[in-house]
Ligand binder design. Structure first.
Ligand SMILES: NC(=O)c1ccc[n+]([C@@H]2O[C@H](COP(=O)([O-])OP(=O)(O)OC[C@H]3O[C@@H](n4cnc5c(N)ncnc54)[C@H](OP(=O)(O)O)[C@@H]3O)[C@@H](O)[C@H]2O)c1
Length: 337
């Protein structure tokens, strides 16, 4: 495995794969100059690994490997070049960028070009993670397998955001005064969670439903106290979280609704963590996961558990709906850091 990006996800994947016989990270690339020359294992807490982090992407790709994990940013246009370089080097790709979970919705031309390039080089490109990439697409589709028909889908996630990096937290919308929050949303600089449109389109595409449009609203949850997170402190009267609602419209009706509450400490703010999926129809299904999937641990799991299925998949740009489920292979006993 070659790693692009050694932030939260990159380090967690390193830690998990260290306990997985059969998998080995052989090179790591980061744009961050402060990390150049550092030992990946030491950074990830597994002890010296002999893999030195490099800024030189081509050098990382020159090491023999099967697959690149790209865990850098959320947007298709920002990961496109990295994906193309990995594919052109003959490597499969798993990328955590939320927009890559269903990139045709973002830029059909770029998505088609990635598909063409992947087929040309006989490799597979997958956008994967927890959300999008598992809970509200792969898992929802699996659950739909036990229903007669799907009239409507409603999902809800309450998530603790405290362990994300400052970059991710600011992009999500934490740490802003109310007026600043509204302005940055209007300017497209606060995005809240990115990825519900991708999950919705993965599900709709698989169920052969045509979504007309997806509406989105986001509001801040203001702090009435100070919240100290490892990478960001939120002051009183600043956003410590947000409520985001999506509705995918089909024939003028809300067909897929999603609500996300993300917070620095959701329990303290009165929102117990959970993930729920309701598939409504003649034989409805209700799934509730309590407490909800941990954003860091479960995302890491989905990525590591996708390595085999990506390597074994037919070539092309695929979504999680095209692949068998992500499954872990034998793993040595692990303690969480
Ligand atoms: N689908 C999912 O469920 C899921 C799950 C987890 C994460 N994600 C997404 O995956 C991305 C990585 O997550 P993370 O928690 O590891 O983030 P992180 O802790 O912020 O680490 C990201 C790393 O990538 C680097 N980076 C950022 N933008 C880059 C760019 N445009 N080109 C090259 N390198 C770049 C950063 O370098 P600097 O230090 O120089 O900034 C940092 O080292 C985030 O965008 C996150 O939203 C998705």
């Amino acid at each position: 495995v070659v790693l692009f990006g050694v932030g939260g996800v990159g380090r967690n994947v390193t830690y998990l794969l260290n306990a997985r016989p059969g998998f080995r990270i052989v090179a790591a690339h980061s744009r961050n100059a402060a990390l150049t020359g550092k030992d990946l294992g030491e950074l990830a807490g597994t002890g010296p690994s002999g893999v030195k982090i490099t800024r030189d992407r081509a050098a990382a790709l020159a090491v023999a490997a099967d697959v690149v994990i790209i865990a850098t940013t959320s947007f298709l246009k920002d990961v496109y070049d990295d994906i193309c370089s990995a594919v052109s080097a003959g490597l499969n790709v798993i990328c955590t960028a939320e927009e890559l979970a269903f990139p045709w919705a973002v830029d059909e031309g770029l998505a088609n070009e990635l598909d063409r390039l992947a087929r040309q080089h006989q490799v597979t490109v997958l956008g994967a993670g927890l959300n999008p990439g598992f809970i509200f697409d792969a898992l929802a589709l699996t659950a739909a397998g036990a229903t007669w028909n799907v009239e409507r889908i409603a999902v809800r996630r309450v998530v603790n955001l405290s362990k994300f990096s400052a970059t991710v937290l600011r992009r999500l919308g934490l740490g802003f005064a109310a007026s600043e929050f509204a302005q940055l949303v209007a300017e497209g600089r606060i995005h809240g969670h990115i990825g519900f449109p991708q999950s919705m389109r993965i599900v709709a595409n698989k169920l052969q439903v045509r979504i007309d449009r997806i509406d989105c609203r986001i509001e801040p949850l203001m702090a009435s106290r100070v919240y100290e997170m490892p990478h960001l402190t939120v002051r009183e009267n600043h956003s410590a979280g947000f409520v985001q609602r999506y509705a995918a419209m089909v024939d003028g009706e809300r067909w897929f609704e999603a609500e996300l509450i993300g917070h620095a400490d959701p329990e303290l703010a009165g929102f117990p963590r959970s993930d729920t999926i309701d598939i409504l129809g003649a034989a409805p299904i209700h799934i509730e996961i309590r407490p909800g999937c941990d954003p860091q641990l479960s995302s890491t799991a989905v990525i590591a558990n996708s390595l085999r299925r990506v390597i074994e998949s037919a070539p092309g740009l695929v979504t999680v709906a095209n692949l068998p489920p992500a499954t872990p292979t034998f793993t040595l006993p692990l303690t969480l850091r």
